[in-house]
Ligand binder design. Structure first.
Ligand code: XIL
Length: 375
């Protein structure tokens, strides 16, 4: 079965290669079926874009993105440290290009993210008064969400406000403004971008305690009259340890609050880690070679485990397609995934559906197969 597929793929590649006279990067163009086509009646299929990808620096990757995905999230360039580097200075250069990219290619555009404790510019981390921080929030959300009011389809308004036990994270926002900052953020975003969807986004919010905290947070917003349209479950999981049952319970629980559910940052890590989730503030010691075991390639057993987890995940997503509006991968191919440099720098990781040559992995075919079996 697998060999047959590889042969067909090679044959298709060869045909397209001959037809176009190009030798590389044609896997995506040569594939009969693409993610966005296969799931077009179910949910959007997104990816996060790095600056290089927004700038279309690599033709093969660019072609893959345009063939496979119909939604894009800015991986970094809309975060406050980049888009708002100083109190009275914004830098919209990369963000403007990101938005144009999405529009030109008829993609759903996600803004990521307005209020987050990480990747803040130094001037914000130095703020010590509630008034100044409130002023920053007004200025920041008003200007950024306002500029893209007609272009960005949905905003991750607040990112990662919760601790693992479901309580609110002691971020600068919480410490100076209390929980009111959540309500303010959503109200400011609605004012600035009335037609954009507004989301709360977090990792591990499929786990029971954090899910309860997330539900309480959403209810607080709703009771305060702030509009929230969706909740993002980031989905930074480990191959072999995907919490399928909790994911299903979470999809149901969030949908029951009247919200769209999105998987916003999907990747399935295959390397060792001593913690789960995606707290970017956590790192591990890089010296131990056992932390980087697959420098020369991924063993087939791990590749198959990952493929089978991706398959089970997409079967679950299809089962709940009435509740799920988008599934976004955090990156395009294994070579450029953030998991090559976090939480340990310089590792060789394999978390996505496409390999370092932009060729589909076993997981890609298994994901596509879930749709066939559901028809
Ligand atoms: C990550 C980016 O992928 C990295 O390039 C950057 O160095 C750190 O942030 N949760 C989020 C994302 O919401 O913004 C993070 O993105 C990954 C975890």
């Amino acid at each position: 079965m697998k060999t047959d597929r590889r042969l067909i793929q090679l044959f298709t590649l060869a045909l397209v290669g001959v037809a176009t006279g190009c030798g590389t990067g044609l896997g995506q163009a040569g594939l009969g079926e693409t993610l966005k086509q296969v799931f077009q009646d179910n949910f959007l299929i997104g990816t996060a874009l790095s600056l290089d990808q927004i700038n279309e620096t690599d033709a093969s990757t660019d072609s893959l993105i345009k063939h496979q995905f119909n939604a894009v999230t800015a991986e970094n360039i809309m975060k406050a440290e980049i888009i708002h580097p100083e109190w009275d200075r914004f830098d919209f250069d990369a963000a403007d290009r990101f938005v144009h990219y999405g529009r030109r290619n008829d993609m759903h555009i996600v803004g990521h993210t307005l209020i987050w404790h990480s990747q803040l510019p130094p001037f914000v981390t130095r703020i010590t008064s509630a008034d100044s921080l409130r002023q920053f929030m007004q200025h920041h959300i008003g200007t950024v969400a306002g500029r893209y009011a007609d272009a960005v389809d949905g905003w991750d308004v607040v990112n990662e406000a919760l601790n693992e036990d479901g309580s609110l994270r002691q971020s600068i926002f919480y410490n100076l403004l209390g929980e009111q900052y959540l309500i303010d953020a959503f109200k400011l975003a609605e004012q600035a971008a009335p037609s954009a969807e507004l989301y709360y986004n977090d990792y591990n919010n499929e786990q029971p305690a954090k899910r309860e905290g997330c539900i309480a947070l959403i209810k607080k917003l709703q009771e305060a009259g702030a509009r929230i349209d969706g909740v993002g479950i980031q989905g930074h999981w480990h191959a072999g340890r995907v919490p399928f049952e909790e994911i299903e319970k979470s999809i149901e629980a969030y949908a029951a609050l009247g919200l769209k559910v999105m998987i916003t940052e999907l990747d399935l890590e295959v390397l060792p880690r001593n913690f789960q989730g995606a707290d970017v503030g956590r790192r591990m010691d890089a010296k131990d070679p056992e932390l980087n075991p697959y420098v020369n390639g991924l063993p087939d057993t791990v590749l198959q485990q990952q493929a089978s987890d991706y398959e089970k995940l997409f079967s679950l997503f299809l089962k709940h397609q009435d509740k799920i509006s988008r599934v976004t991968f955090w990156g395009v191919n294994d070579g450029q995934s953030w998991l090559n440099y976090w939480p340990v720098s310089g590792r060789t990781n394999y978390p996505l559906l496409f390999d370092r040559n932009n060729l589909p992995k076993e997981a890609f075919y298994r994901v596509i197969g879930t749709k066939k079996r559901s028809d």
